[in-house]
Each structure stands twice: as structure tokens, then as C-alpha cells.
Write a protein that binds this ligand. Structure first.
Ligand code: C5P
Length: 209
């Protein structure tokens, strides 16, 4: 009966009607977490960027493209008890998406002027209607846990689930994560993403008992 918001997948930020800036993300881990929370009886809104994943049973799915749409969909799903931000949100977007396809002219390639996207995790963490438990992910290529500790404070969330994207490439079925909170680090051995999701959902449920 607890309400949960899960973000998953990448965002796609238009350069023009045919080109986007995006991140590598299959959506698998976020979709598995949404499924695991629903299996434990949570009322889950899954806000998904463009991915090819089936909607888990019992989950309300909202499909979005851009970071700003993802944030709006999350805010529309408040109030919630739990937010799990798994999405690989594009940090930047082109300042002005061209209305028509940019043509190759043979001259120098066009520059793309970028502006920063809203940080969904930080916005939810600092929201007046902040979910009681806010969880972020940290995908890093090195010094995973050190960056994750910093991210807890910077984003204002309660836990960071850190994973090394070199050890577990994008789109794979397994993940080795460490769950970092103010009370310490919980390191889990490498396991299928579905199992990471079940363990995380169980850990979430424990905090609501
Ligand atoms: O700062 P970094 O992108 O490494 O942080 C990752 C965490 O922040 C993930 O939980 C991701 O979903 C979230 N995030 C977000 N909005 C952004 C950037 C990251 O929610 N614009």
C-alpha cells in the first residue's frame, strides 16, 4: 500500500526532429525494481525514458522522452512514500532544438549549445512533499564508492546504490552494487539485476516496518 515512484531508462534530448543526445541505459534495473516493489504490494508509478522493456505487472507506466518531462511526471506522481531514481538522465540538453532537420552543408559542423537539465533526484529530495525514502543510483567507471558518498550529501537523498559500469556493462543482466547510506555501506555480491531489485525492495520494505 505504500506509493513508490521509480525512474528508469535514459532520457532523449532533441537536437532537431531526428537527432537526440542520450545516455546508454537499457532500463532493465529500473524496471526490475518497479516490478519487485509491486510484488511486495507497493503502488508503483514507473516513469520510463525511451526503452524496449515490457511493463511489469501491476505497475503504472508513464513514458517520457526528456529530463524535463521525466521531472514533471515524477512531480505529478507525488505524494509518494518512496522514490527510486534509476534513470540515466541526460545532464545537458541542447539550448534550442531546431524545428527542422539540420542539413550537412560541407562547411564546419554546427556547434551545439548546451544547458543543464534539472536534477530529478535532487529536486525530489528537496521537495516540500519529499518522499520519506529517496534513493539514487551512481553509475561510475572508477572510485565508485567515494563518488557515491559525495553524491548522498550533494543530492540530499537517503541511499545511493553504487555500481561500477566497467565491471557490468550497460544492458547486461547482472549487477554488483553497494548500498550506501549515512549508516554505512552494504556490499552485495554480483547477482542478476532481478535479484538486486528483490533485495533492494526487501530492504526498502524493512525501513517501513
Ligand atoms: O550525478 P549523477 O548523474 O551521477 O547521479 C546519478 C543519480 O542522479 C541517479 O539516481 C540518477 O537517476 C539521478 N539523476 C537525476 N536527474 C539528473 C541527473 C541524475 O535524477 N538530471
Amino acid at each position: 500500500g505504500r506509493r513508490a515512484i521509480v525512474t528508469a531508462g535514459p532520457t532523449a534530448e532533441p537536437i532537431d526532429p531526428v537527432r537526440v543526445i542520450t545516455n546508454r541505459s537499457s532500463g532493465k534495473q529500473g524496471f526490475a525494481i518497479a516490478a519487485a516493489l509491486a510484488e511486495l504490494g507497493a503502488e508503483v508509478t514507473l516513469v520510463a525514458g525511451p526503452v524496449f522493456q515490457p511493463t511489469p505487472a501491476g505497475v503504472t507506466r508513464v513514458d517520457v522522452e526528456t529530463a524535463r518531462q521525466m521531472l514533471a511526471a515524477c512531480e505529478a506522481a507525488l505524494p509518494a512514500d518512496i522514490a527510486v531514481c534509476v534513470a540515466a538522465v541526460s545532464d545537458w540538453r541542447p539550448r534550442d532544438a531546431a524545428a527542422a532537420k539540420i542539413k550537412k552543408t560541407g562547411d564546419a559542423p554546427p556547434g551545439i549549445d548546451l544547458v543543464e537539465n534539472p536534477d530529478i533526484l535532487a529536486t525530489l529530495s528537496k521537495s516540500p512533499s519529499r518522499p520519506r525514502l529517496v534513493i539514487g543510483f551512481a553509475a561510475e567507471t572508477h572510485e565508485v564508492e567515494a563518488y557515491a558518498q559525495g553524491k548522498l550529501a550533494k543530492k540530499g537523498c537517503d541511499w545511493i546504490v553504487a555500481n561500477d559500469v566497467v565491471a557490468d556493462p550497460f544492458g547486461g543482466d547482472a549487477n554488483a552494487v553497494a548500498v550506501i547510506s549515512s549508516s554505512g555501506v552494504d556490499r552485495w555480491e554480483r547477482m542478476p539485476k532481478s535479484e538486486v531489485a528483490r533485495r533492494l525492495a526487501a530492504k526498502i520494505a524493512e525501513t517501513f516496518q
